[in-house]
Write a protein that binds this ligand. Sequence first.
Ligand code: KIV
Length: 275
Amino acid sequence: MSTVTQSAKREHRVTTRSLQRRKGKAEAFSMLTAYDHVFSRIFDEAGIDVLLVGDSVGNTVQGEDSTLPVTLDEIVYHSRMVSRGARRALVVGDMPFGSYQVSPEEGVRNAIRLVKDGGVAAVKLEGGRNVKETIERIVAAEIPVMAHVGLTPQAIHRMGGYRVQGRGETGREQVIADALAVEAAGAFAVVLEGVPADLAKEITEMLAIPTIGIGAGVDCDGQVLVLHDLLGLTDWTPSFAKQYANLGALASQAARAYADDVAQRKFPGDEHSFS
Ligand code: KIV
């Protein structure tokens, strides 16, 4: 296939460049986490712009109480499934704890692995001024980086829990300095998590790159939610999230109906049996 035909086919693919064009627009863009092919396809067809293979897979799928145990191999495994399901959405792979903290070189090596083996088009990593060099080096290796500042779950032990960041004058200055640092380092977008809405607005106006909020008010250029919060698949919904469906209740209902049918020998019926 010629290069021209290939690019025409991908005309509607969301890219880091097309997201940049949506900076400051009245209509915000949407990002959701996805961890497998099924939800990747459903969300992609629903028009979600960005699919994040988040290290939240640790909490949501693996049943861990933090994201810290998640490994690069696991993110690669989930990224492959999500990448196969997405035709239009930009797929971003989260760099798990330990995959970029030791040195920028190791960060570059692991980001390359996520692109090569996971099929993602960009990587996300947490931190601000402390990861500036790592972002620069990954971007220099031609891999787009989505940054993540404010409440950064991989820093749970430093933060002393999942606490809103950027409160008080010093707190605000720190989040602003982090956001400016990741932009200067070459990040194409930045997630603002768990920060006061007015601070997120100020940062969104200050930066030339798109901001993506979670627990950061309505003024960011985009919003992100975790799949399990959106669909009611968790025991509780965080106050900053909105549950748009209760698939947990539906799944439980279906499982109970099936168990009852099995117990009463109503399933399988003749139509489900071979003669
Ligand atoms: O891992 C994740 O799901 C995330 C989002 C909450 C932004 O980092």
